[in-house]
Design a protein around this ligand. Structure first.
Ligand SMILES: Cc1cc2nc3c(=O)[nH]c(=O)nc-3n(C[C@H](O)[C@H](O)[C@H](O)COP(=O)(O)OP(=O)(O)OC[C@H]3O[C@@H](n4cnc5c(N)ncnc54)[C@H](O)[C@@H]3O)c2cc1C
Length: 267
């Protein structure tokens, strides 16, 4: 289906982008367009103006601090992150991005767009929650940081509200991370996924089982313990054509244990 007519702005600075969003309440940020353009074609979204973030230098780049902290610009694409020498400080980032869809989507899709979509089946929301990342949001009133666990508010709903932009994602130092999923076919959308981090306790974030990632903190990394903690979390996953709620609940324990096992290999 063809796109409806829509205005287009390509600001050169973050300030200009925030200005356009303030001037046009029906405007929407455009990152890689891999989700937004598709929902516009399906007439599920109809912004008045697309504010293309591609030319804003403040939203680009990957910086590695001397203590191992990574600062990832919101407009970093999956392919850039996979190829980045700096991002190898936290290898799980590139490993998970390499599992997203196909090369076309990875070349255009951005980490900012991925989290701002807050699609429960996306790979990056549970990953950033497990890693304890912080997200920086800029708006007319200035900048604030939001822990990843508080950023995801619901399906397609995040702490970056109307008129605001996600500018960067800060990932603390660490190496003991894991990710596991059951996708629909190779590189397909996840039926269930889990990210784990052992940097200071066992922390697991489950994806596809609720509107937002569900955090589980098992007392130990032992597989039975992890599966027990997922059972005790009382998740109520959706049922659909790909998996029943019960099957998703079962898979959540399985992928959580696998993610923790991988994380244990990095410690
Ligand atoms: C065929 C296909 C398969 C896919 N499979 C997967 C998959 O398996 N796993 C997965 O994780 N993803 C998958 N995706 C989604 C893909 O990863 C998208 O790239 C991602 O969800 C959105 O990123 P984007 O840069 O394209 O954002 P866009 O589509 O441009 O934007 C998405 C939303 O985020 C908002 N937004 C973007 N950037 C910002 C910002 N900086 N500040 C505030 N709001 C912002 C936009 O306004 C829009 O509402 C798939 C996409 C396709 C087309």
């Amino acid at each position: 289906m063809l796109l409806s007519e829509v205005g287009y702005a390509r600001p050169a600075t973050l300030e200009q982008a925030l200005g356009v969003l303030a001037d046009y309440p029906g405007a929407r940020a455009l990152a890689g367009g891999q989700t937004l353009v598709n929902v516009m074609k399906a007439r599920a979204a109809a912004p008045d103006v697309l504010v293309d973030l591609a030319a804003i230098p403040e939203l680009k780049g990957i910086e590695l601090g001397s203590d191992g902290t990574l600062e990832l610009g919101a407009m970093v694409t999956y392919s850039e992150l996979i190829a980045s020498a700096e991002a190898r400080a936290r290898p799980i980032l590139g490993e998970v991005c390499a599992q997203i869809a196909d090369v076309q989507v990875r070349n255009r899709g951005t980490i900012g767009g991925n989290v701002c979509s807050s699609d429960p089946t996306n790979h990056l929301p549970p990953l950033f929650v497990a890693l304890g990342a912080e997200l920086t949001v800029a708006g007319p009133g200035g900048e604030r940081t939001v822990p990843a666990q508080e950023f995801f508010l619901g399906v397609y709903l995040t702490a970056a509200g109307p008129g605001e932009l996600l500018t960067k994602i800060t990932v603390p130092p660490g190496r003991s991370d894991g990710f596991a999923s059951v996708p629909i076919g190779v590189d397909g959308t996840c039926i269930v996924n889990a990210a784990a981090s052992l940097n200071g306790g066992v922390r697991v974030a489950l994806g596809c089982v609720g509107a937002t990632p569900v955090v589980v903190e098992p007392a130990s990394r032992d597989a039975e313990n992890v599966q027990g903690a997922v059972r005790d979390a009382g998740i109520d996953p959706p049922s659909d054509v790909h998996a029943s709620s019960d099957y998703r609940r079962h898979l959540a324990g399985v992928v959580a244990a696998r993610a923790v096992e991988q994380a244990g290999q990095g410690s």
